[in-house]
Design a protein around this ligand. Structure first.
Ligand SMILES: [Zn+2]
Length: 606
């Protein structure tokens, strides 16, 4: 369900933190401001060219999974990474040169622009990119084939997702949960080697390890950033703990002793293979007298709404706020439906193939509420990409990587019953008596996600830093899932398993903290846009659909791209320079009060 934003994969440019400059040494020619300008012009042209080649190869590799497209993708990725790594190292030459501020920022960003750095040794570089592509491909081809099942009977991730969402049979859920996790052990050895080589590359750029490189990207010292994450998590943790305890009580009523009275929640009973989104157990935990009053999934099915119609509805949201319609190429080149005759990576993603106008989404759309919302999310990436398309290529990215994920979700928060009425999908919005139901549904998605969003990179940072050696990969994974999520596996998970590999973003090597930040930021953005739109109803009933004022203010932030530090961008929209999770508390206040009432005298925590 989480979309992957993909600007020329692997080139996810981010926010600067100055790296100590290397002295050019006596005798080296002195670089001038004119040299710096010429250097950056060349960077702009080269990165654009290689970025487009990489995006094209990546698009084809994910739409036609074969050994050859994997190789082409790996080659294009390697070429782009090598070029950026070269530029990053060369940029140090201009550290002492007096250049205009926007050029200084580009030079700084170059040094922080890679998610993965290949070592300078050609053989190792080739091995690392091959491992990177191979891990991604292994995940994409992942199937659970039960004993005796023929190819037809094997379950891909879509099938697994459906069973996890709909089955209420504990034994079946356990079997399928364990089954999906069989795709990952073959990645284990490759992943350990991947970590080793990717760290080697990061060190060559002056970082302690790859995790430190990822954390250096947030306009503040890495340990200060970690503290900032803790501060935000502490703002929302009491709400999560209360939701966790309530869901546990309800699941125990359904599944009996398979759910402990006061321990962690079983990972296979939360309606999602990763227990990162609990929306699918809504029917088991919904408040008795406060059903949400309608099911968008049922409405879409009844109307036989096509995938294209769903995307058209998403586009209309943005145009109603004053954004330009999507180009014809979007409709010609996007993938909306899983092809019957070939392997594709169905994980929803948004692309900007020519870094200018050739935006696309790639999704295997089902007529469900979840996919309807995901479409609004993915299109957020495309509209962001278009808003900053005129900037130098290094600045064509979000203010920090959480912003890109937050924008689409902010718009999705405006997919309210009132909005569905306005676009003709719903006859009448349910009255306020249904609010607890509406908020419960959303909390199962958004609040339940927060600790998961935090822990993926906690695990990877520890893996990259060697604090967790390969021999403890799985133990560390489950320790963190227990600590943050209060979730435990259905059976013992020793080191013969590699459970992190069963989560897309690990084999894909996509940093994950962005999703945590996005979940915080989207409520902050929503609260502010709702205010600008003049919304007077409770926050969870506000939609900024058709508000040109909100659209203008949103665009003021989007068009900055990465050209300014992220607090500047945050300020352009919200007027504040600090991330603030209190908007989540505001949004869910009625639910929190209700949960407190339900759980009075009951034990919470695990
Ligand atoms: Zn996304």
């Amino acid at each position: 369900m989480k979309g992957l934003y993909r600007l020329a994969a692997g080139l996810a440019a981010t926010v600067a933190l100055s790296i100590s400059s290397a002295c050019a040494g006596p005798g080296a020619p002195v670089a001038t401001a004119a040299d710096a300008k010429a250097f950056l012009d060349n960077v702009d042209v080269t990165m654009t060219r290689l970025g487009i080649a990489q995006a094209q190869a990546g698009w084809v590799a994910q739409n036609f999974i074969t050994a050859d497209t994997e190789a082409l993708d790996a080659r294009a990725t390697q070429a782009a990474i090598e070029a950026v790594a070269g530029f990053a190292k060369a940029a140090v030459r201009f550290d002492g040169v007096d250049v205009p501020a926007d050029q200084r920022r580009q030079l700084d960003l170059l040094k922080l622009s890679l998610v993965m750095v290949t070592p300078s040794d050609a053989k190792e570089a080739e091995e690392l990119t091959r491992l990177n592509s191979g891990l991604r491909g292994t995940y994409g081809r992942g199937r659970f084939c039960a004993d005796g099942a023929d190819a037809e009977g094997c379950l891909n991730i879509d099938d697994i997702t459906k069973v996890m969402a709909s089955s209420r049979n504990e034994a079946e859920l356990r079997r399928v949960w364990e089954g999906w996790h069989t795709i990952a052990p073959p990645m284990r050895k490759d992943y350990a080697r991947f970590v080793e080589l990717s760290n080697k590359g990061a060190k060559e750029l002056g970082f302690v390890d790859t995790g430190a490189m990822w954390r250096a990207k947030y306009d503040m010292p890495p340990d200060e950033f970690t503290k900032e994450l803790d501060r935000l998590w502490e703002q929302v943790r009491p709400l999560y703990v209360q939701l966790h305890a309530y869901v546990r009580m309800k699941l125990r009523a359904k599944y009996g002793d398979a759910v402990p009275a006061d321990g962690p929640l079983p990972a296979h009973l939360l309606g999602n293979i990763w227990a990162q989104d609990w929306s699918n157990v809504y029917d088991l935990v919904k408040p008795g007298a406060a059903d949400a009053g309608f099911s968008l999934t049922d409405i879409l099915a009844r109307r036989k709404t096509s995938a294209t119609d769903m995307v058209r509805a998403g586009e209309r949201f943005y145009t109603s706020m004053g954004f330009e319609p999507l180009p014809a190429t979007f409709w010609e080149r996007s993938l909306f439906v899983r092809p019957a005759d070939r392997e594709v990576v169905c994980h929803a993603s948004a692309w900007d193939v020519d870094l200018e106008a050739d935006v696309r989404i790639k999704m295997c759309i089902q007529p469900t509420e979840e996919d309807f919302t995901t479409i609004h999310h993915e299109l957020g990436h495309n509209f962001y990409q278009r808003a900053y398309k005129s900037l130098p290529v290094i600045f064509r990215d979000s203010a920090n990587d959480g912003f890109h994920e937050a924008i689409g979700d902010t718009i999705a928060l405006s997919v309210t019953p009132e909005y569905l009425v306005r676009i003709g999908l719903l006859d009448k919005a349910p009255d306020a008596s249904r609010d607890i139901g509406l908020l419960m549904g959303r909390a199962l998605e958004k609040v339940a996600f927060l600790p998961f969003g935090l822990l993926i990179d906690q695990w990877r940072w520890q893996v990259f830093s060697s604090q967790v050696p390969p021999a403890d990969y799985n133990k560390a994974w489950w320790d963190l899932r227990l600590k943050y999520q209060g979730v435990a596996p259905p059976s013992a998970r020793g080191e013969q398993f590699f459970d992190p590999g069963a989560k897309y973003h690990v084999p894909d090597n996509t940093p994950y903290t962005r999703y945590f930040l996005a979940h915080i930021l989207q409520f902050q953005f929503h609260r502010e846009l709702a205010k600008i739109a003049g919304c007077t109803t409770p926050l969870h009933r506000c939609s900024v659909y058709e508000s040109k004022d909100a659209g203008q203010r949103l665009n003021a932030m989007l068009q900055l791209g990465l050209s300014k530090p992220w607090p500047d961008a945050l300020e352009a929209l919200t007027g504040s320079r600090q991330m603030d999770a209190s908007a989540i508390i505001d949004y869910f206040a009625p639910l929190k009060a209700w949960l407190d009432e339900q759980m009075k005298g009951q034990k919470t925590g695990w």
